[in-house]
Design a protein around this ligand. Sequence first.
Ligand code: FES
Length: 146
Amino acid sequence: MLYSEKVMDHFTNPRNVGEIPDANGVGEVGNAKCGDIMKMYLKIENGVIEDVKFKTFGCGAAIATSSMATEMIKGKTVEDALKLTNSAVVEALEGLPPVKIHCSVLAEQAIKTALADYYTRQGIDPTPFVGELKDPDEEHLACETE
Ligand code: FES
């Protein structure tokens, strides 16, 4: 079996799909090569992620990792959410085939971009908190070998 049961579960029944009209952190990342796009909405109150939703035009692995990632940051503080890595999401999903690891980067990047937007909206420079965002295009080169 190429995909774990957890991946299949989150792919066929993704959590937190949709959008939040009054989100106060929104991030969109995409990749020109495979055309996958992901948009992340965060509703943050008193430094805690009260709600999170995502929309994606992406492959199954991108859907499964976003679904799992949103579950992992819901109810967490902004600081904790910033610590979420794509490898932690992949681990929670009990692994992904190597050619699909880059898809999980899209989920991490979407969350980080949404958190950066949250800081920016408050007039705070996000760079010290969010750091340099990895270039999803670079990580995405693996798409071409599929
Ligand atoms: Fe999965 Fe690009 S995000 S193929």
